[in-house]
Design a protein around this ligand. Structure first.
Ligand code: NAD
Length: 270
């Protein structure tokens, strides 16, 4: 399938590592120009590495910024536009868990909630606000990474779950607002991928278990997958990148306002 993403400009917030990095790499491999905005200290060098194996005309840019700071996001936007002249696709992949095992919810101190909501939800609003004029100009696309946890009250990490539910809801508002401008907005809900974030969920759980009943990360993940994932396997960063690239491409021209689960069947709706 031809995705027709050559010479398109994609901005991936949270693109330094994990799923965002796979998405950024995917755009670079398609011959696109890719900017990553991330608070990872190695953002610039990680961005440079993305062009390895990509067509010679693909270009990358790494900008160090915290998505929870609107001024910093606007400055990052200005740097992208100064370098590439436009933004066709914005992907918000930044995310964080609370670092607490939230079962029951009163195990998570209320003062932990604001940062989790800021990174997973408000940061996405900052990015959307900052880039919306450019997306309108390009008739581009916007994609948020939420989670299966945003579609159920996940007891593992209540502030994360609530933030991800809010993100799905905001994406639907944005999709309705932007449809008359020709901009499509969708949300991807990954299932379980072994990244830093996923491992932090395990660590929060493990820290609450008596030492003799603690499992390794691998066994914990495998047990959960066998229990809740009908396809009985982990998802990969490339699975998520494939969906993000498809949604950005003209192949998805009639898809907007949707929540797409890439989760091995973990969550099923009518
Ligand atoms: N890994 C999974 O199993 C899984 C499952 C469901 C949803 N998700 C979602 O997918 C997205 C990517 O997660 P991941 O697993 O790749 O995690 P990750 O921790 O590997 O990557 C997250 C990236 O976001 C960046 N980031 C964090 N806070 C930021 C901020 N304030 N400003 C800018 N950048 C920031 C980090 O530096 C990192 O590069 C997240 O939104 C996460 O909630 C992941």
């Amino acid at each position: 399938m031809k995705l027709e993403l050559q010479n398109q400009t994609a901005v991936v917030v949270g693109g330094a590592t994990g799923l965002g990095a796979a998405i950024a790499k995917g755009f670079a491999n398609e011959g696109g120009r890719v900017a990553i905005i991330d608070l990872h200290p190695d953002t610039e060098s990680l961005a440079n590495n993305l062009t390895e194996g990509s067509p010679p005309y693909s270009q990358t840019l790494g900008i160090l910024a915290d998505a929870t700071n609107f001024e910093a996001v606007k400055q990052a936007r200005d740097a992208v536009v100064a370098q590439f002249g436009k933004c066709d696709h914005l992907i918000y992949a930044a995310g964080t868990g609370s670092g607490h095992y939230g079962f029951p919810f009163w195990n998570v101190p209320p003062d932990v909630w604001p940062r989790v909501l800021a990174v997973n939800l408000t940061g996405a609003v900052h990015a959307a606000q900052a880039f919306v004029p450019h997306l309108i100009q390009s008739q581009g696309t916007l994609c948020f990474l939420s989670s299966v946890a945003g579609q159920m009250g996940s007891q593992t990490d209540p502030p994360y779950s609530a933030a991800k539910a809010g993100l799905i809801n905001f994406a639907q508002c944005a999709a309705k607002d932007l449809a008359p401008h020709g901009v499509r907005v969708n949300t991807i809900c990954p299932g379980m991928i072994p990244t830093t974030l996923n491992q932090s969920v395990y660590e929060a759980w493990a820290s609450q278990q008596p030492e003799d009943s603690r499992m390794t990360y691998e066994i914990w993940g495998e047990e959960k997958i066998q229990r809740v994932v009908p396809l009985r396997r982990w998802q990969t960063p490339e699975d998520i990148a494939a969906m993000a690239l498809f949604l950005a491409s003209p192949r998805a021209a009639n898809i907007t306002g949707q929540t797409l689960n890439v989760d091995g069947g973990f969550v099923m709706h009518w």
